[in-house]
Design a protein around this ligand. Structure first.
Ligand SMILES: Nc1ncnc2c1ncn2[C@@H]1O[C@H](COP(=O)(O)OP(=O)(O)OP(=O)(O)O)[C@@H](O)[C@H]1O
Ligand SMILES: [Mg+2]
Length: 237
């Protein structure tokens, strides 16, 4: 569904990613891993129209996304949860979720979508009147995820969904991501927690210094010596 071909992009200065190619097929979870500064977030931002594209292609079902505004990318069914929990701290949980539907015109369906989000995240329903800044880190990540689901995305871009969360909560977030996949949304995520992310990924890409380094099925990369050493902290025997 999403094909990125030889993408080069930056922020108006030096080229940050160079000739990056990747693909997300219908219903897949695809993960990007790689060291800090490799350009992983820049790839996601490029899809969402937040970088300066220098070359290459970004196609969603064969339609070019380059040059579209962020709102036009959302309108095509791409949701984006940026790095760092992006909730509006002074708004309640429910108000945050409403914000996720801001570009929609079919206001009468919003209540139904809210129900869907609450069914995924019952804890958010319990806390719906609470200001988001009073929530735990894990709950805030659930709000950010829930908000992105308000648009029924066909593809969800997640930048480090598990960062800074306790191991038990990380497991819960990954469980939710798999549920979202089962409901029919494809996912392209960036994760530092490489071993857990690769386990649930159909395919994965390793980025280094703004370029593709390795790619393959998640489980294959998980057992690849080079990747285990460099990214999973497993030493050679
Ligand atoms: N808004 C920006 N303006 C200018 N340069 C930027 C901007 N955002 C990121 N960069 C630069 O682009 C490079 C790649 O950053 P990016 O955030 O894509 O890396 P990353 O792989 O997501 O790293 P991390 O794992 O630390 O999140 C870095 O050198 C960074 O300094
Ligand atoms: Mg990043």
């Amino acid at each position: 569904m999403l094909i990125i071909k030889n993408l080069s992009a930056g922020y108006g200065g030096p080229t940050i990613i160079e000739n990056v190619s990747l693909e997300v097929r219908e219903g897949e979870i695809v993960t990007m891993i790689g060291p800090n500064g490799a350009g992983k977030s820049t790839v996601l931002k490029s899809i969402f129209g937040l970088t300066e594209i220098e070359g290459g292609e970004i196609l969603l079902h064969n339609e070019n996304l380059i040059g579209l505004k962020t709102s036009a990318v959302s309108a095509r069914g791409i949701g984006y949860v940026p790095q760092g929990r992006s909730v509006f701290p002074s708004l309640t949980v429910e108000e945050n979720l409403f914000m996720g539907a801001y570009i929609r015109s079919d206001k009468n369906k919003i209540a139904k979508d809210m129900e869907y989000v609450y069914s995924k995240f019952p804890r958010l329903h319990e806390r719906r009147k609470q200001k988001s800044r009073l929530l735990s880190g894990g709950e805030q990540q659930m709000v950010a995820l829930g908000r992105s689901l308000m648009l029924h995305p066909q593809l969800l871009l997640l930048d480090e969904p598990s960062i800074g969360l306790a191991p038990k909560i990380v497991a819960e977030v990954f469980e939710k991501i798999q549920e979202i996949q089962r409901d029919g949304t494809a996912i392209l995520m960036v994760e530092q927690n490489a071993s857990m992310a690769l386990q649930i990924s159909q395919r994965a890409y390793v980025l280094e210094l703004g370029k593709n380094k390795f790619e393959g099925p998640g489980k294959e990369l998980l057992s690849d010596e080079r990747i285990r050493e460099a990214y999973l902290g497993v030493r050679k025997k």
